[in-house]
Design a protein around this ligand. Structure first.
Ligand code: GDP
Length: 198
């Protein structure tokens, strides 16, 4: 039995880790710098036009947004950052909350880290990768907006990222496009594995 990713419901938004639902079942988190295509990827996965809209509502961009697929199976939309208008103190607070979530959340079984296929790894990506490694949580990299590159250039970016992340214990990398839906099946297969529903 596989999961139907269209059957997804918004659960809650939390600003503090103490507000999270009980640490039970399985969570898979999506993370990425703002504008990387995270909302588009979540909408593509769930075949919704506006699933991730909640996460983009002003005031909610700094929150951890949780969605339920089935009882005890949740997708977590982690706050990204990158907007110049976010102050340093807010950035530091996010970093702390994110780090604590990754470190302490037992039900977190995998992280999907989205990186624009045209860009090198940025500070945020390196930080997420390092935390995932430390917490021994498997990382699945989505190289987003793959439709913007030729196949050759896309392959080159995949090789580069593989090389840069080779020291991580558990990492997989794929290309993805919300425009032409390429990579969707591969993403679903990875999520199904993590949710234990293969
Ligand atoms: P978020 O800030 O990470 O949630 O990013 P969004 O999903 O809002 O996307 C940011 C911008 O990138 C928007 O203008 C999208 O239309 C565009 N975008 C997102 N995914 C893709 C993609 O797969 N291909 C292309 N060409 N553009 C994309």
């Amino acid at each position: 039995m596989t999961i139907n990713y269209q059957n997804i419901e918004f659960l809650t938004s939390v600003a503090e880790l103490t507000q999270l639902p009980p640490d039970e079942g399985t969570e898979v988190a999506f993370a990425g710098r703002s504008n990387v295509g995270k909302s588009s990827a979540l909408n593509t996965l769930t075949r919704k036009r506006n699933l991730a809209r909640t996460s983009k509502t002003p005031g909610r961009t700094q929150l951890i947004n949780l969605f339920e697929l089935e009882p005890d199976k949740r997708l977590v939309d982690l706050p990204g950052y990158g907007y110049a208008k976010v102050s340093r103190s807010i950035k530091e607070r996010w970093q702390k909350t994110l780090g604590q979530y990754l470190e302490n959340r037992n039900c977190l079984k995998g992280i999907v880290l989205l990186i624009d296929i045209r860009h090198p790894l940025k500070e945020f990506d390196a930080m997420m990768a390092e935390w995932a490694g430390q917490a021994q949580i498997p990382l699945h990299i989505l190289l987003t907006k793959a439709d913007k590159l030729t196949r050759n250039h896309a392959n080159k970016s995949v090789m580069e990222k593989k090389k840069q992340l080779k020291d991580l214990p558990e990492v997989s990398i794929q290309t993805f496009s919300s425009v032409n839906k390429s990579g969707l099946e591969e993403l679903e297969a990875q999520l199904n594995t993590w949710f234990g529903s293969l």
